[in-house]
Design a protein around this ligand. Structure first.
Ligand code: RET
Length: 230
């Protein structure tokens, strides 16, 4: 059944939000990390609930579906995840200079990526769809540039934090790169794989990018903080 992965998504994300909050740091430099990463699956649970109940699942004239709730999820969760990346880079930095600017600019690029991705999804098959897909990818490249150039350099002020930052960003980058590929081959793109298969793949990606990433990134940063004596 098409609905099964959506129900599973709702259950996993609800429980994960509680587990991440319960197990995360509640004081010290990783306190904000806990709050961000507990909020992310809570938002995702809400989106999975809406998708499961069929709210906002738009069937377009070409018969493909846009899950609008998914884009609302991404619109909120991806900026939170990136705000987490920026603050983790600053755990290594000596001063806070520029932090608000980095958060604002990376979130702006990310919101542009998701909004133009939604436009690409809503556009019917044809050139316009791929123009917006490409534009979304441009915004994505901008966000990746900030992660891998200036922010990575900032984190390097502490070698232990720098190493943890690169590990976390590597995991995040590999996972995030798969989302546009799934879009391109799924019903919103060339429709080489079915709607049902796409739902399962995105469920796995979401669990990795939201839940597994929350735990592994905290573990890496915690170890780096102990190592650097912070
Ligand atoms: C779209 C389609 C257009 C091109 C690009 C996309 C990128 C999506 C990404 C989504 C990441 C979602 C995450 C959710 C979990 O928390 C919108 C699919 C570039 C990168 C990480």
């Amino acid at each position: 059944m098409t609905q099964t992965p959506l129900l599973i998504g709702f259950v996993i994300m609800s429980l994960a939000s509680l587990a991440i909050y319960a197990k995360g740091a509640h004081r010290g430099p990783l306190r904000g990390h806990t709050l961000i990463h507990a909020a992310v699956p809570f938002i995702a649970a809400t989106a999975y609930l809406a998708m499961y109940l069929g709210v906002g699942n738009l069937i377009k004239p070409d018969d493909s579906i846009t899950y609008v709730a998914r884009y609302f999820d991404w619109l909120l969760t991806t900026p939170l995840l990136l705000a987490g990346v920026v603050s983790s880079a600053y755990l290594g930095a000596r001063e806070r200079d520029g932090q608000a600017g980095f958060v604002a600019s990376i979130v702006t690029l990310d919101v542009m990526m998701i909004v133009t991705g939604l436009v690409a999804s809503l556009a019917l098959y044809g050139t316009i769809k791929w123009v917006f897909f490409a534009w979304s990818c441009v915004a994505f490249v901008g966000a990746l540039y900030l992660i891998w150039k200036p922010l990575a350099a900032l984190s390097e002020a502490s070698p232990a934090i720098g190493a943890a930052y690169r590990k976390n960003s590597g995991f995040l980058t590999v996972l995030w790169l798969i989302y546009p590929v799934v879009f391109a081959v799924g019903p919103e793109g060339i429709w080489a794989i079915s709607d049902a298969a796409t739902l399962w793949i995105i469920l796995v990606l979401d669990v990795l990018a939201k839940v597994v990433y929350a735990f592994t990134s905290e573990r890496n940063l915690r170890a780096a903080l102990v190592h650097s004596g912070a």
